[in-house]
Design a protein around this ligand. Structure first.
Ligand code: F6P
Length: 476
């Protein structure tokens, strides 16, 4: 493989912003990678020249660095067994459920951990090759928690930031992790460790004190070698302006009208857009909607639900089970309460380009976002950004990070099906004036707290953070 390009600003994430997929017939193509991380970081990197290091989504394939959509991309290869053990295994069978309130049981396997260490070292080595002397490397998310310390050992000249896009678990749950100390030490290789939520940042500092034994004061960790590590909360956001621009495009409006027509022009279009993941509360929201129809609280002529479920981690057992469950549940509800020409739930197991998403947001009267636990949930913010008419209602789980910021949403506890039914009805019946008061205030918040502000606040803090405690005497 040829020498990679070098850059003063480097993003390291498990995935590149594009995924290499094999189409039926064997041809390969590039597709936008799933998930909020990519949609949030892509505009950041497009505006700050730099390189993006990540896996290209296909196993056992070594690719040369390439440029896509103005971005310098540096692929990291994974073998078939590394996809199984590092990505599907430790990242998504151990860390993902553990960090999401153990809503599914995490599995702990030593071979998975060994693969995680090996692959993290490969990412760190790639970053060490690409980053210019004195440059900034920004490591992303739970798949790469060991990279900061590995990279610091290879390249002590760099400024290293880490941001966790998902929740960081309460200390009681984190303690289950057999390799808890190694993970904390991995993160401590960064100068700045960022979380979505202040509580997560506090959990991290507390765990470092308890488990690694370092001195801490407020959000600062004092390492024995004189280095300082800062922890902080930086709630992530979206490129609000570009979503609004897309929403205002006449082609988007026209497509939104078509969608409503195709759905039978009902009074209420309810919409869910999620990766097909057991943390997203899909079962709960569909059951709530189905029960409202079955008991006659809403009329089939008045309301339909569109659920887009983007395929995700399809070879992981818990995701296979979920897919079957949702298929069955949708089939049952449609079979029980539907009739010829009227299907209550339109279920789309697919991913869509940004323009189609914007049209769906425009077509939806009620956006239903009901995760059991979610670091942020950018779909909620995208919906708000697209409602430039101040219409529409957002039903939002109190367990999504976004609920801390979008305070005017219709809040629900997704574990409480009756409560969720009542809130869905409330949102449907609210007068336009009430909905527009709520939406206006959320739109103001999202447009003021956009992705540029998020990236700037993290990167400014990283640039300005003290790295040694000569100026800050260590607490005793
Ligand atoms: O933010 C959560 C996250 O896991 C990202 O790290 C990831 O890019 C996205 O969701 C999609 O998940 P996956 O890459 O496993 O398809």
């Amino acid at each position: 493989m040829s020498n990679p390009p070098t850059a003063a600003f480097v993003v390291v994430a498990n995935r590149l912003p594009v995924d290499r997929v094999t189409l039926p017939g064997g041809r390969t193509a590039w597709r936008t990678s799933p998930g909020g991380l990519v949609s949030a970081l892509k505009p950041v990197l497009q505006r700050n020249e730099g390189a993006w290091i990540g896996w290209h989504g296909a196993p056992a394939e070594e690719l040369e660095p390439f440029v896509d959509d103005g971005l310098e991309l540096v692929p990291v290869p994974l073998t078939h067994s590394e996809v199984e053990e590092y990505y599907e295994g430790f990242s998504n069978g151990t860390l993902w459920p553990l960090y999401h309130d153990v809503v599914a049981p995490p599995e702990f396997h030593r071979e998975w951990w060994e693969a995680y260490v090996r692959v993290n070292r490969r990412f760190a080595q790639r970053a060490a090759d690409v980053a210019e002397r004195g440059g900034v490397v920004w490591v992303q998310d739970y798949q790469l928690q060991l990279v900061p310390a590995m990279l610091r050992e290879m390249r002590p000249d760099l400024r290293i930031g880490f941001f966790l896009h998902i929740p960081f678990p309460p200390t009681e749950l984190f303690q289950q992790m057999p390799w808890r100390r190694q993970i904390l030490e991995g993160l401590l290789g960064a100068d700045l460790v960022g979380f979505q939520h202040q509580g997560a940042s506090q959990n991290f500092v507390r765990l470092v004190r308890q488990r690694v034994g370092h001195k801490t004061h407020r959000d600062t960790v004092y390492l024995p070698d004189g280095r300082l590590v800062t922890a902080g909360s930086f709630p992530i956001s979206i490129d609000a302006e570009s979503f609004e621009k897309l929403a205002r495009d006449p082609a988007t409006e026209q497509r939104a009208d078509e969608i409503r027509e195709e759905l039978g022009a009902p009074k209420h279009v309810l919409l869910g857009i999620d990766r097909l993941d057991y943390t997203k509360g899909l079962r709960q929201r569909l059951r709530a909607f189905g029960e409202l129809l079955a008991e006659g609280s809403i009329d089939l002529d008045d309301a339909v639900f569109v659920q887009v479920a983007t395929p995700s981690r399809e070879r992981v057992d818990q995701y296979k089970v979920l897919r079957d469950d949702i298929d069955r549940l949708v089939g049952r509800i449609n079979g029980d309460v539907g009739r010829i020409g009227r299907v209550p739930i339109t279920y789309l197991h697919s991913s869509y380009p940004k323009a189609e998403m914007a049209a769906l947001y425009r077509a939806a009267d009620i956006m239903v976002v009901t995760p059991l636990r979610d670091g942020m949930n950018l779909v909620a913010k995208e919906y708000v950004a697209c409602r430039y008419d101040d219409q529409g209602a957002l039903v939002l789980s109190e367990f999504a990070g976004a609920a801390d910021e979008l305070k005017q949403a219709y809040r629900v506890n997704p574990y409480d099906i009756n409560g969720m039914k009542a809130t869905l009805l409330q949102a449907m019946e609210s007068p336009d004036r009430e909905k527009s008061r709520r939406m206006r205030s959320m739109r103001k918040y999202v447009s003021e707290h956009d992705i540029d502000r998020w990236a700037k606040s993290f990167l400014d803090r990283l640039a300005g953070s003290e790295t040694h405690h000569d100026k800050h005497p260590r607490p005793v």
